[in-house]
Design a protein around this ligand. Structure first.
Ligand SMILES: [Zn+2]
Length: 131
């Protein structure tokens, strides 16, 4: 059932950067406290990763990319979709965390390559934690 086709093409350097980032996140007590529920995992496996990737893109584009976010810091729920959990776990939940962890500055629109990196990070975390 699980579809693993992805439009996220990362080169070797980007992959290495992504895995180093995940390793640092794992060391954070707060970030590593986020876990997928059984319901999240069922949803993931039911939808397949290519659909989840589309969902992740939609969330990032609408909730994170705009330069001006009046609810920044509160836009990502703590349950309801596996991508939300992954966003908290990967510090891609708001522009403040994006700046702190990923050095992506606030108050400007995200670049397409930044959106791609964020989605790739979320998907990788979901794959690692879907066991
Ligand atoms: Zn945040």
């Amino acid at each position: 059932m699980t579809k693993n086709t992805s439009s996220l093409e990362l080169n070797k350097v980007q992959k290495e950067y992504l895995h180093n980032k995940l390793a640092k996140l794992h060391q954070s007590k707060f970030r590593s406290s986020f876990k997928l529920t059984k319901k999240d995992k069922n949803y993931l496996n039911d939808k397949g990763f290519s659909t989840i990737e589309e969902h992740a893109y939609n969330f990032i584009r609408t909730r994170l990319s705009p330069a001006f976010l009046p609810n920044d810091g509160k836009q990502t729920p703590f349950k309801g979709h596996p991508v939300f959990i992954a966003q908290h776990a990967t510090a891609t939940c708001c522009r403040q965390c994006l700046y702190k962890w990923h050095k992506i500055p606030p108050n400007r629109n995200l670049l397409p390559k930044e959106e791609r990196f964020i989605v790739a990070l979320i998907l990788e975390w979901l794959k690692e934690n879907n066991t």
